[in-house]
Ligand binder design. Structure first.
Ligand code: CU
Length: 255
């Protein structure tokens, strides 16, 4: 229902997040109508015509106390039965092979992303799954991530500027940080939004369930160039993913 007004829902957790959004709006509507009714009742009941003299002690009643008590109990129930379980499920680590014996095809891909004014630096470890050393001193136009090519693990590492590739139906684990100010890494169709904070690494994960070409946005006003802090991301099927990896590898030349 609510997805009519939202971008395409293209990740495994998108529909559950949309359901939360709908639920919150439904509850807010309910509260709005209840407060409106209370407001109208008060306007009529305490009109000047019916109450010519102010009362020294105001009004007394148990209904108000019961209503406030019910709200508190309701909040606790929602927190305990919905919010906390949902939070725990969302934070559960993705199914890594070694821990749960999944087939190797289901291995999540790991990506490091460093935000900066005003770009996204994206680092893939390559087939060896080991991230090479990076250094700010090595950052250049041809090496946006600052990969240290003298590192033994660097031979297959891929560093990209503002381009994120994701394979279909495979969990991607992203370690996110920032080089300068706070940014917010946003993939609307994946229902992903996470602050990138300098000096801190945030871990997020997602599983794309539809192919497509979309935009990476920064959702935190991060400076004068905030408006142009855009990247692109593509979800591709396995064949296109393998081809892309092969293409990247062929452009890597040892230095
Ligand atoms: Cu930004």
């Amino acid at each position: 229902m609510i997805d009519r007004w939202l971008p395409a829902a293209a990740s495994g957790h998108a529909s559950s997040l949309d359901a939360v959004l709908l639920s919150v709006h439904a509850h807010m509507l309910l509260i709005f109508v209840a407060w409106l009714a209370l407001f109208i009742i008060a306007l009529i009941k305490f009109r000047k015509g019916a109450n010519p003299e102010p009362r020294e002690h105001g009004i007394k009643g148990t209904i108000a106390a019961v209503a406030i008590g019910a709200v508190i109990v309701g909040d606790v129930i929602i927190l305990a039965t919905q919010a906390l379980p949902a939070w725990a499920a969302r934070n559960e680590p993705p199914p890594f092979d070694s821990a749960r014996g999944r087939p190797s095809g289901a291995q999540p891909i790991e990506i490091h992303i460093a935000a900066e004014q005003f770009a996204w630096n994206i680092h893939y470890p390559g087939p060896d799954r080991v991230f090479a050393r990076t250094s700010p001193a090595l950052v250049s136009a041809s090496n946006p991530v600052g990969i240290d090519r003298s590192d033994a693990a660097a031979a297959d590492d891929i560093g990209l500027l503002n381009v994120l590739m994701l394979p279909l139906n495979r969990t991607a684990v992203i370690q996110l940080t920032s080089r300068d100010v706070i940014h917010s890494f946003t993939l609307n169709e994946m229902r992903v939004k996470q602050d990138a904070t300098p000096g801190m690494t945030s871990r997020i994960w997602l599983t794309p369930i539809a192919t497509g070409d979309w935009e990476i946005a920064c959702s935190q006003l991060c400076g004068l160039g905030h408006y142009r802090m855009r990247g692109e991301y593509h979800v591709v099927d396995q064949g296109a993913w393998d081809q892309w990896l092969a293409d990247q590898r062929s452009t890597l030349s040892p230095r």
